[in-house]
Design a binder for this molecule. Sequence first.
Ligand SMILES: [Fe+2]
Ligand SMILES: [Fe+2]
Length: 260
Amino acid sequence: MENYNLSTELKPNQDVVLYEGHNHKVVYLGTRGINTGAEAVDVLSYLIIDEGEALLIDPGGYHLFSYLVFKISKYVNLDSIKYIYFCHQDPDVCGSLPMWKDVCPQAKIVIGELWVRFLPHFGVEDVSKRAMPIPFKGGYINVGKTPIEVIPAHYLHSPNHFSLYDPVSKFLFSGDLGIALGEFNYLIVKDWVEHLEYIYTPHRILMANNRAARAWVNRVKNKDIKAILPQHGAIMVDRDVKNYLKFMENLKCGTDLIKD
Ligand SMILES: [Fe+2]
Ligand SMILES: [Fe+2]
């Protein structure tokens, strides 16, 4: 028995179980619009739980730490967090890393191999013990009985950036890909044309170029994807997964826009 909750009525500032199946759960942690202040970039953080083991995805900045401890504790003990994953090195992803490494001493810090050398700057002293570097070509993170696939998404926007694919929920956690910024108050995209207004400008500015975008689309397009869950903005479900892949395929951005 499996169950999706991807209603367009879901609120961005409320935690919710988005998928529940046999010993497998995906939780959105209700982080959008919380404690960020007017200038800060809102983030979406997630938790995958399989057979009682948890993977925390993109815990976000300093301000979110205590809120997330409270939210996660509704679903699992902090001792059950086996991995804390950071899709890339930015502060809106890693700002809370110094606190997480202390409250979850058992958890591996999972981050692209290029960024492992930055970990001492976050107070991680025993890097070789604590870090699980992701090779450039990607790989797998085994959570409980489920291998979560790590898919390269380099230069979109970070030069060492990844997406995660959960084969049980069929969710693609896309990191900064799918970023949407602006005054909207939904968690699940309702109207693609309206949503384009919020994703177009950040993609044009942040993403390196169309070549990088197409390389990522080619890696994910043949997967069975129920929803794309970005680190900013809103979740794209079913038909909007296709809409987003098409958008990326055709996007002119970053260095494409440089005029000589
Ligand atoms: Fe970023
Ligand atoms: Fe980000």
